[in-house]
Ligand binder design. Sequence first.
Ligand code: FAD
Length: 343
Amino acid sequence: MPNYINMQPLAHHSLQSLNTLGVPAHAAWYLAVDSVDTLKAGLARAEREGLPWLVLGGGSNLVLTRDYPGLVLHMALRGRSLVDETESHYYITAQAGENWHELVQWTLEQGWPGLENLALIPGTVGAAPIQNIGAYGLELAERLVYLEAFDTQTRQVVRLDKSVCGFGYRDSIFKRQPQRYIILNVTLALPKAWQPVVTYRDLAESLAAQGIGTPTAAQIFDAVVAVRQRKLPDPARLGNVGSFFKNPIVSAVQQQALLARFPQLVSYPQADGAYKLAAAWLIDQCGWKGKSLGRARVHDQQALVLVNPGQATGADILQLAQAIQRDVQARFGVMLEPEPHIL
Ligand SMILES: Cc1cc2nc3c(=O)[nH]c(=O)nc-3n(C[C@H](O)[C@H](O)[C@H](O)COP(=O)(O)OP(=O)(O)OC[C@H]3O[C@@H](n4cnc5c(N)ncnc54)[C@H](O)[C@@H]3O)c2cc1C
């Protein structure tokens, strides 16, 4: 039975503790979504009253530049379980409001490795497919089998197989068609013939430094957590959304031209012949590392991470991001694309 009390949205609800940048903003209306019925009721109400709506997970990939004039639907669907087991895989279904990192921890505790490279990524399970979260040599798409979503066009719960999700580097149909699907749960396949993924340099170096030749999943998990804690600021202490910009992809011709002018250029060849440039290097070269603009700052050690030292607003963060974009464009002719949803 749906909980009708929870269907009453709260007015003028603060979002400051619900976004990891910690910037101040209020939602005109706020509803915690703990069932599909609550979600439907919230959407119906927004439609009736002509309000815009926004799905919120952990707020770790969102920049709130102003108050939100509509209804914030805060994903609170909970639950995770083993739904199937074959000779080759464990199949896990997790609801959208589950915490991603806790899901990773839980699968390892159950003896189902395969998500350890994605440890410590903040946010919810439901948001993970939006930008196809990835880190340390693994992307969600490599483990996802299908997901269930509420299709706001047909008003039906639909099952979307991985093949129709259009996953790419920090990309999916959900990013390209915002507001169409509200993700309710995901189903992941974890291989029984598990193989460690240690292709990422920092991870391989960290394991080698500990004298670990053939790591277990738990050792990879610990190493990923340690490297992340060393490299990235903890949003609980210093507001941030992780990497602020995507690493830009350029053609081989453009990469060659840049390399001729900047021999130190950091770039990685892609399977299709294009090159991925290190956005952090481009930003660092423009002198932004550790610099402030107004109340927002670029992290001292990570040029790709914009931080809120305390009093910044979302507008301050946006202003800093735009100044960086302008400088990188002027110097390298490359437009940096923000990774988080800027609202
Ligand atoms: C310190 C730090 C490190 C990070 N490291 C990484 C990393 O290594 N790799 C990586 O990929 N990302 C990383 N991120 C970004 C972020 O953690 C992920 O993008 C995460 O998946 C966002 O989850 P969330 O629940 O916080 O989403 P939110 O910020 O709440 O939402 C992000 C977007 O998804 C939409 N959305 C959320 N839930 C749903 C849903 N159920 N259905 C439909 N739309 C939805 C929102 O409307 C919004 O547009 C990092 C962030 C931080 C702060």
